[in-house]
Design a protein around this ligand. Structure first.
Ligand code: SF4
Length: 321
């Protein structure tokens, strides 16, 4: 039994930056550092940062005045910044720059008179943050069924934008369905689904073509991009399972499987994937080989207030081995 390991997998540049921001904030300003929502959707990461001194809260009302609060990688609505200001909180915004790009698109297109059809998952923090930038000018479209029934204003120019971590293939289907009903619907000049989502999905597609009999995706239950990776395999007839860690791996899944595809969602640290490899070897895997779909070298700058502290920490190595 062999393991086919996806490259790229695990941390993207936005998640790496967000996690570093919390680590450096604790190191620079001391614990506790409050974090609104899970900094990234991964239980292992959240637990480790909690041990270092991060305090995770759902809402700003739980943060004592004058405290330091970090906003998560998923981005926030302007109303959250205003609330922080009113409560005199010190803020470091760990929103991924690619999410911020979508926020700026919303503001720009609304200013230019567009109404926006936003493809995304209801209740996801990124969707709430993005829609909060112009709630009266955005309509959420979750899937192809909704694309067939949603009512968009007929007297406005229409633009479609989307959550950064969706399935590339499914999103095309939704856009096409919307365009059948609204031929004047426009697309932004550059893709909203981010490079990391695209590359991780491409790696899974390549692994499916290579002939894996099973896909394991390491990622937490609330990770959108991990869930989409499982779907990519399942759509190609390959059984796929999402596991948070090695303990959730069921030996029964391996029955009759010669080649196991293994990857990690964009918010999963590679060390968790490595622990799954150890477990798979205990269960009989005797070789690991790589399936490379793309090379990644994207790095996002840290906020200025933390740049100095950065030099104290060694750079993380990307998960390519
Ligand atoms: S998945 Fe993409 S948009 Fe989300 S944090 Fe990573 S790089 Fe940013």
């Amino acid at each position: 039994m062999e393991i086919l390991l996806a490259n790229p997998r695990c941390y993207c540049a936005g998640v790496d930056r967000a996690v570093q921001i919390v680590e450096l904030a604790i190191d620079t300003f001391g614990a506790p550092v409050y974090v609104r929502k899970e900094i990234v959707h991964n239980q292992f990461v959240v637990n480790r940062l909690r041990d270092l001194g991060a305090v995770f809260v759902e809402e700003l009302s739980e943060v004592p005045e004058d405290s330091l609060v970090v906003f998560s990688a998923h981005g926030v609505a302007p109303s959250i910044h205003e609330e922080a200001k009113e409560r005199q909180l010190r803020v470091i915004d760990a929103s991924c720059p690619l999410v911020t790009k979508v926020h700026l698109e919303v503001l720009r297109f609304v200013k230019e008179g567009y109404h926006i059809a936003f493809i995304g998952r209801k209740g996801h923090e990124e969707v709430e943050g993005t829609m909060g930038h112009a709630p009266d000018h955005i309509t959420l479209v979750e899937d192809v069924e909704q694309a067939g029934t949603v009512e968009l204003p007929s007297d406005k120019k229409l633009m479609v934008l989307m959550q950064t971590t969706l399935s590339v293939d499914d999103t095309k289907v939704v856009v096409n369905a919307l365009r059948e009903r609204y031929p004047n619907l426009e697309l932004p000049p550059t893709e909203d689904i981010c490079y990391a989502t695209q590359n991780r999905q491409d790696a899974v597609k390549e692994m499916c073509e290579t002939g894996i009999g099973l896909l394991l995706v390491v990622g937490s239950h609330n990770s959108s991009n991990a869930a989409r990776l499982v779907e990519v395999a399942q759509r190609r007839g390959v059984p796929g399972y999402r596991i948070d860690n090695a303990n959730e791996l069921s030996p029964d899944w391996l029955n009759g499987v010669e080649l196991i595809g293994l990857t990690g969602g964009a918010s999963t640290p590679d060390e968790v994937v490595q622990s799954v490899i150890v477990r798979l070897k205990e269960l009989g895997a005797d070789n690991v080989r790589m399936c490379t779909a793309a090379e990644e070298n994207v790095v996002f700058q840290l906020p200025l207030v933390l740049k100095e502290a950065e030099s104290k920490f060694p750079k993380r190595q990307p998960a390519t081995k």
